[in-house]
Design a protein around this ligand. Structure first.
Ligand code: GLP
Length: 242
C-alpha cells in the first residue's frame, strides 16, 4: 500500500484527478469506479477542469457506482444515482449510457445485487476505484464486520453512518434509509487500482486502523492492505494519527 500525504483536500483532489486523467490518456474507455460523500468532490472538480481545458478527453470514459440506498426512487436528489449524475457525469459531459450502477428500487434486491456484480465483470472490471472512508472505517457501505470476501449485497446501515449521512437529508436521520446495496469488499478488491482519499481530523482514527492496524473486518478499509495496487491519499489532519 502506498500512502501519500498532501497538504489539503484540494491537493489530494488534484493528485487523484491527474492519476485518472493519465489512465484515460492510455485507456480512453476506462471504467472509473466512483464514490459519493463530500470527500471526493475536489477530485471530480479537478477532473472536470482538466476536461474543460482540453488536458484530457473523457468522452469515452465509463463510470461505475460503488453503492446505493435501497428504496429511494432513482430520481430522488439524494439517491446515489442522482448524486453521481450531478457530481460526475454532467461535469464530465457524459450521458447516462456511460454509467452502470445497482438498482436500489428493484423488488428483488438480491437479484439486483447479483446482476450488478455480473454487469461489472461484463464491463471488463473497474480500472480505478475511488473510495472514501466512513468514520468507522467502512468503504462503500461495507460496515464494520463485513466479510472481507463479500460480494455486492444488501446491508443495514449502522446508526453512526445514518447520523453521519443525515446532513444530506436536511439533518433528519428519519429520512436516511436503513438499507443499502454496496459492492462487497471482495468486489472492490477486484478493481485494478484502488485509490482512497481521506481528509480531516474526523477520519484520523479510521486512517490509522486502515494503514497500520491488522487486516480485520472491524475496519473494512484495512482490506486495502491485501490489494497489490492500493493508494491512500490523506491530508495532514487525516494523517495525524499515523
Ligand atoms: C458514505 C458512502 C461512502 C463514503 C462515506 C464517507 O457512507 N457510502 O462511500 O466514503 O459516506 O463520506 P464523506 O466523504 O462525506 O465523509
Amino acid at each position: 500500500m502506498e500512502v501519500v500525504i498532501v497538504s489539503d483536500a484540494k491537493a489530494g483532489g488534484e493528485l487523484i484527478a491527474e492519476a485518472m486523467a493519465e489512465l484515460l490518456r492510455h485507456k480512453p474507455d476506462a471504467l472509473l469506479g466512483v464514490a459519493t460523500g463530500s470527500t471526493p468532490l475536489p477530485i471530480y472538480q479537478a477532473l472536470a477542469a482538466k476536461v474543460d481545458s482540453g488536458a484530457v478527453d473523457a468522452s469515452r470514459a465509463r463510470v461505475a457506482q460503488l453503492d446505493e440506498y435501497v428504496g429511494l426512487p432513482a430520481e430522488h436528489p439524494e439517491s446515489y444515482r442522482s448524486v453521481l449524475r450531478r457530481e460526475v457525469l454532467e461535469p464530465l459531459g457524459l450521458d447516462v449510457d456511460a454509467f452502470i450502477g445497482p438498482d436500489g428500487t428493484a423488488e428483488d434486491v438480491r437479484a439486483a445485487c447479483e446482476a450488478y456484480d455480473k454487469a461489472l465483470a461484463e464491463a471488463g472490471g473497474v480500472d480505478l476505484q475511488l473510495l472514501g472512508i466512513g468514520t468507522d472505517g467502512h468503504i462503500g457501505f461495507n460496515e464494520p464486520c463485513s466479510s472481507l470476501a463479500s460480494r455486492t449485497r444488501i446491508k443495514t446501515l449502522t446508526e453512526q453512518t445514518r447520523v453521519d449521512n443525515a446532513r444530506f437529508f436536511e439533518g433528519d436521520i428519519e429520512q436516511v434509509p436503513h438499507h443499502v446495496i454496496t459492492q462487497g469488499i471482495g468486489t472492490i478488491l477486484e478493481a485494478r487500482h484502488l485509490v482512497l482519499l481521506a481528509t480531516g481530523e474526523g477520519k484520523a482514527d479510521a486512517v490509522a486502523a486502515t494503514v497500520e492496524g491488522p487486516i480485520a473486518a472491524v475496519c473494512p478499509a484495512s482490506a486495502l492492505q491485501l490489494h497489490p495496487h492500493a493508494t491512500v491519499v490523506v491530508d495532514e489532519a487525516a494523517a495525524s494519527k499515523l
